[in-house]
Design a binder for this molecule. Structure first.
Ligand code: PLP
Length: 398
């Protein structure tokens, strides 16, 4: 029996420069982002400046996590307790969690079989909310031209959750370039790795001024380098609570040195993804989600469906692959497992959302598998993984 030996959780080591900078920060003891000197603005402020340049956005703020970034992004964009916020039914638990943290109410929108938000359902539910928190879940971009038009027609503020789509493009714009405010994760299994961390970008002065104050800038907001005019922040300061969630200089130092490699790494993910996609596509009974021609994705994970399989058969596939060292995640379980949970298990949300209210999402998730593609895998590894999945599928009767 073939066996895959590598870990699906093992990331590459950080660049030598990250190690040097982090060591330097630890040596000086100046870990707090506002502990700066006249000739050294600190890694957090420099990270914000450099990430803003990478993203092509005017302003950037580094915070404790993407979930936290989403929370203050919504507050800064004007979400109030009791407001509805449209969001994908297929997303990760921190997303409804961030909406709940604002005291707002998620209005879940159906998922297509291509893992994007269902535009018909979105149009149908638009009357219920003035905000759309759009997750580019597992790196699948929705039709961003249509989303932009819907938001413009219905005066909906778009907030992009780019936790899985850093480095991706739609046409000539980066993912994160469409939202009034957009958020990224630097948690270890994302495209930049600082253990935990989040980045928030916007071109809107008021939103970014509020976000900086909300993140806990005290009256030290002039130490931000990718920020709006200080006077605007000063005007808003006493009317904006401090929800303390800053990033420290150590994590920022680890991240700064990764940005120059980001696009090269995205290309390396795609080399691996393409081998996996081609191999999986060739197996009978496997369906890969379609992608739009305008999308340039980053294949740091791969999703595929087994449309003819029951839940028991899906479980048998996951188990069979695990026995041969291939770790697949299944989104169709009735109860949450590990990092994955289906929307109907978020029972704190207005006493739970019944699965039958979002039938298309349930149908899609029922046959959906997901696999991480760490850069510690090489091309040969990807061929072996395809062989193992093909073997297991041959063994599971449908
Ligand atoms: C789609 C999505 N959005 C947001 C988040 C939150 O990111 P973080 O862990 O940095 O808070 C995650 C976390 O994995 C996620 O998968």
């Amino acid at each position: 029996m073939k066996r895959f030996q590598k870990s699906f959780l093992k990331q590459e080591p950080l660049p030598q420069r990250s190690i040097e900078w982090v060591t330097e920060v630890m040596t000086t003891g100046r870990l707090h982002r506002y502990d700066v000197t006249d000739d050294d603005p600190g890694h957090a402020a420099l990270l914000e400046q450099e990430f803003a340049v990478y993203q092509g956005s005017r302003f950037c703020l580094a915070v404790a996590s993407c979930g936290y970034a989403l929370y203050i992004a919504m507050l800064a964009a004007g979400v109030k307790p009791g407001d509805g916020v449209l969001c994908n039914a297929f997303t990760l638990a921190p997303v409804p969690g961030a909406i709940d943290n604002c005291g707002a109410k998620p209005i879940l929108v159906e998922t297509t079989r291509d893992l994007t938000i269902d535009l018909d359902d979105l149009r149908a539910k638009c009357g219920q909310a003035k905000f759309l928190l759009l997750s580019h879940m597992r790196g699948h971009l929705s039709d961003m031209d249509a989303i932009r038009d819907i938001c413009a027609e219905r005066s909906i503020t778009l907030i992009e959750d780019c936790a899985h789509s850093l480095g991706a493009w739609w046409g000539d714009k980066r993912s994160g370039g469409f939202g009034e405010v957009s958020c990224f994760s630097t948690q270890s299994y994302k495209h930049l790795n600082s253990g935990e961390g989040g980045l928030l970008v916007s071109d809107n002065e008021d939103i970014m001024a509020k976000a900086i104050l909300l993140s806990g800038s005290y009256m030290l907001f002039d130490r931000h380098l990718a920020a709006p005019d200080e006077n605007r922040m000063a005007e808003l300061a006493t009317m904006t609570p401090n929800y303390s969630g800053r990033m420290d200089n150590m994590r920022a130092a680890a991240l700064r040195a990764q940005i120059p490699n980001l696009d090269v790494n995205c290309a390396r993910w795609n080399e691996r993804y393409e081998v996996l996609a081609e191999g999986l596509q060739a197996i009978a009974g496997v369906r890969l989600p379609n992608r739009f021609a305008e999308e340039r994705y980053v294949g740091s994970s791969i999703q595929f469906c087994l449309p003819d399989y029951s839940q028991d058969q899906m479980t048998a596939v996951v188990q069979g692959c695990a026995e041969q060292g291939v770790e697949l995640k299944y989104f169709g379980y009735d109860e949450p497992r590990g990092y994955t949970s289906r929307f109907d298990s978020w029972r704190y949300l207005h006493h739970g959302i019944q699965p039958e209210t979002l039938p298309s999402t349930i149908r899609t998730l029922a046959t959906l598998l997901d696999m991480r593609v760490p850069l510690t895998f090489d091309i040969e590894d990807c061929h072996l993984i395809v062989e193992i999945i093909a073997d297991v599928l041959r063994q599971v009767d449908v």
